[in-house]
Design a binder for this molecule. Structure first.
Ligand code: SF4
Ligand code: SF4
Length: 344
C-alpha cells in the first residue's frame, strides 16, 4: 500500500487504541476484533492522528523510518487508518461518541433459587418490578433442592414480560435429556439453558428433531451448587463492541445496573456480595435500586481498580467485585499479569 508525505493519517473512529503497561491494543469496535500493538505505536497514533505523514517522518530519527513505514503499512492493511491529502476533509471524520446510557434503570438481573422457600408471589412481584425497571436480561440459577413446579410457573410468568432469561438448572436423572430441549421449546422467553451435573451421553442431539437446539441447550458435568461458581475472568468472556467499551469506560462492567436475589431471598448487587438490602418478602426492590448506597459500586470502572487500570484488556474484560481482597483490587479469579503479559 502506498502513501505520500502530504497524506494525513486519520484513525478510523471505531478503532480505538488502549494503552497497557507493557503493550497496547487497538479495539475494532465495529468488526468486534482486536490487535496487540507496541506501546510506541500507541504513542504515535495518539500524537499524530490527523497529522501529515511528512511531520511524522520529520519528527522521527531517520534510523527508525523503516519501523515507521512498517507501522503505517500495518495500520493501512488492517484498515485502522485512512489517508487523505485534503486537510479540509479532516473535519468529516469526527471521533466516536463514547457516552453510554440505556433507557432502563436495571439492565440485567440474577435470581438464585435453592431450597429456601418463599411464596411464588414474592418472586412474581420481583419479576414485575424488574420489568417496570426496564430489565431485559435475567439469569435464573436453580440450585439443588429447588422446587421444580415453582420453577415452571416462574418461567411461564415471563411470557407476559419483556425480558429474556438464561436458565441454569441441575440435571434430574429421572428425566431424559430431551426434556430440557422441550423446556426450551415450551417457554418462549428462554434464551439458553445450561443443564449441569449431567453425566450421560448426548446422542439425542444427532436426531433432526433436537439438532437445531444444541446451541441453546448446553449440558455440562460441572456442578453449580451455589453462587460461588462465578467471577472467572477469561478471554472466552471478553467482548469487543461499542456497548461494552463505552459502558466500561465509565461503569463497572459486571455490576452496573445489575440487581440480584440470592437463594435465601436477599436483595444484593450480586448474589456473592455480602451486603444485603433486605429480603424479597419485606423490601421494595424499586426503592432499593434507586438508593445511593445500592448504586455505589456501579461507577467502579476498571480505571479505579489496581492493576486492571494498566491492563490493555480493561474495556473488553468482565469484572468481578465479589472475589477480591479489597473493594478496588484486581479480581482474584483473574490470572492475567499486565506487566508480563502472561496468563498463569
Ligand atoms: S461480581 Fe463477581 S460473583 Fe458477582 S455477578 Fe459479577 S462476576 Fe459474578
Ligand atoms: S487484569 Fe483486570 S482488566 Fe486485565 S484481564 Fe484481569 S481482570 Fe481484566
Amino acid at each position: 500500500m502506498r502513501y505520500k508525505p502530504d497524506d494525513y493519517m486519520v484513525m478510523v473512529a471505531n478503532c480505538i487504541p488502549v494503552k497497557g503497561y507493557s503493550r497496547s491494543i487497538i479495539y475494532d469496535l465495529y468488526r468486534e476484533t482486536f490487535d496487540f500493538i507496541p506501546n510506541d505505536l500507541f504513542d504515535l497514533i495518539s500524537k499524530y492522528n490527523k497529522q501529515e505523514l511528512a511531520q511524522v517522518f520529520g519528527d522521527t530519527p531517520s534510523e527508525f523510518h523503516h519501523v515507521l513505514d512498517e507501522y503505517i503499512h500495518f495500520l493501512l492493511e488492517k484498515e485502522y487508518i485512512l489517508l487523505t491529502d485534503r486537510p479540509n476533509e479532516l473535519a468529516c471524520f469526527p471521533d466516536l461518541n463514547l457516552e453510554w446510557d440505556m433507557p432502563a434503570t436495571i439492565t440485567n438481573a440474577i435470581i438464585d433459587i435453592g431450597s429456601a422457600r418463599f411464596d411464588i408471589a414474592d418472586y412474581t412481584g420481583i419479576l414485575r418490578d424488574l420489568n417496570d425497571l426496564g430489565c431485559t436480561h435475567l439469569q435464573f440459577r436453580f440450585f439443588p433442592g429447588y422446587d421444580h413446579r415453582m420453577a415452571l410457573e416462574l418461567l411461564g410468568a415471563l411470557n407476559d414480560l419483556d425480558m429474556l432469561v438464561e436458565v441454569l438448572i441441575p440435571y434430574d436423572p429421572s428425566q431424559p435429556p430431551g426434556y430440557y430441549v422441550n423446556l426450551y421449546r415450551q417457554f418462549q422467553k428462554i434464551q439458553s439453558i445450561t443443564v449441569f451435573d449431567f453425566h450421560g451421553n448426548l446422542d439425542f442431539f444427532d436426531s433432526e428433531d433436537y439438532r437445531p437446539f444444541a446451541q441453546y441447550v448446553r449440558f455440562t458435568a460441572e456442578v453449580i451448587s451455589d453462587q460461588s461458581h462465578c467471577g472467572i475472568i477469561s478471554p472466552a468472556y471478553f467482548s469487543v463492541n461499542i456497548p461494552m467499551f463505552t459502558e466500561s469506560l465509565q461503569f463497572n462492567s459486571c455490576l452496573n445496573r445489575k440487581v440480584a436475589v440470592d437463594q435465601f431471598g436477599n436483595i444484593r448487587n450480586c448474589p456473592s456480595l455480602t451486603k444485603s438490602y433486605g429480603l424479597i418478602n419485606d423490601s421494595d426492590l424499586k426503592q432499593v435500586v434507586h438508593s445511593e448506597a445500592f448504586r455505589e459500586c456501579w461507577t467502579l470502572n476498571k480505571d479505579k481498580i489496581s492493576i486492571c487500570r494498566v491492563c490493555e484488556f480493561r474495556y473488553m474484560c468482565t469484572d468481578c467485585r465479589a472475589f477480591v481482597p479489597n473493594a478496588t483490587d484486581k479480581p482474584l479469579r483473574c490470572s492475567y499479569n499486565p506487566i508480563t503479559c502472561e496468563w498463569n
